[in-house]
Design a protein around this ligand. Structure first.
Ligand code: ZN
Length: 300
């Protein structure tokens, strides 16, 4: 006769066996190796070198993204071969689920001006916020503490001084990246973005997006340089490199993981480096009480 106790013991034994099989398959595939490798590269970057003047360059950011890239490439490629919808969240959930082993993602409530915002747009933006590092979201909240974010539905996405226009999840994430880039003192982020952009586009001519594409939603002054899988990624001065890049990374748009490994690694490195948890970063966010639009010298 089976007693309740022996049944419990059998369940326990099966549980242990399944657990052991699971962890050995994880080990065999080296799934956790990339986490250790990422931490090692990060420790090198944030060691004495950083303290003596921040000599971080685009190449170091790319190296930081390499372990995550190698770990995720097969999975992303495989999922992309199925019916891929840019408006579903399957792919970004896979990618951020893995990246959150090294950097916290989401978990921050964005505050909106409810009177002037669309509930539908707010919902999409809130969902998209799960695909950005927690530290970036804290900055967005901080920057918009006084004016509050507004969310609107529009045919073309836009970010301008706390106002986000969107019509889907992918664009919502794109505009949130612009909202993060609105942060002052982003000199290292901007330096790295420019370095990568200049390297890719050196010697290339500025060309008008509207003239080349015949798409009239582009303004007459919007220009790009060739050098990327999609023209808009190459918009003048690299202003769309991070926003278009992270959007493309999270949904594997243009098959960017296979067609532009260097940019993909750079973007992964940027998410990890500027999303990492450090005491000094957290205190910078919490002590920041003077958003640029409240300062008298703000003209942007
Ligand atoms: Zn943009």
């Amino acid at each position: 006769m089976f007693s309740a106790l022996s049944f419990a013991a059998i369940v326990l034994i099966i549980g242990v066996a399944v657990d052991a099989a699971y962890s050995s398959s994880m080990g065999a595939r080296g799934d956790d190796g990339w986490v250790g490798e990422t931490r090692r590269v990060l420790a090198e970057m944030t060691g004495p070198r950083e303290r003596t003047g921040g000599e971080i360059g685009a190449d170091q950011i790319i190296s930081l993204g390499v372990p995550a890239y190698n770990h995720l490439l097969d999975r992303v490629s495989e999922e992309s071969s199925y019916a891929l919808t840019f408006f579903a969240d399957g792919m970004p959930l896979i990618i951020t689920g893995e990246l959150s082993k090294v950097v916290p993602f989401g978990g921050v409530t964005l505050e909106f001006d409810d009177f002037r915002s669309s509930g539908y747009a707010k919902g999409m933006i809130a969902k998209a916020s799960g695909f950005l590092p927690t530290r970036w979201l804290k900055w967005i909240v901080c920057l918009n503490r006084e004016r509050k974010l507004t969310a609107e539905i529009a045919s073309r996405g836009e970010y301008h001084r706390g106002r986000i226009r969107t019509n889907n999840l992918r664009i919502s994430l794109h505009e949130l990246v612009h909202a993060y880039e609105d942060k002052p003192f982003a000199s290292l982020e901007n330096k790295l973005r420019s370095e990568f952009y200049e390297r890719r586009t050196s010697g290339k001519k500025l060309r008008r997006l509207r003239g080349i594409t015949n798409l009239y939603f582009y303004g007459p002054k919007e220009k790009f340089k060739a050098g990327f899988v999609y023209r808009y990624i190459g918009k003048d001065r690299g202003v769309e490199l991070m926003s278009m890049g992270i959007e493309s990374l999270m949904w594997n748009r243009f098959d960017i993981w296979n067609r532009d490994p260097e940019l993909t690694k750079f973007l992964l490195g940027m998410l990890i480096f500027f999303g990492r948890n450090t005491n000094s970063a957290d205190s910078a966010v919490s002590s920041f009480k003077n958003p640029p639009y409240l300062r008298s010298d703000f003209s942007g």
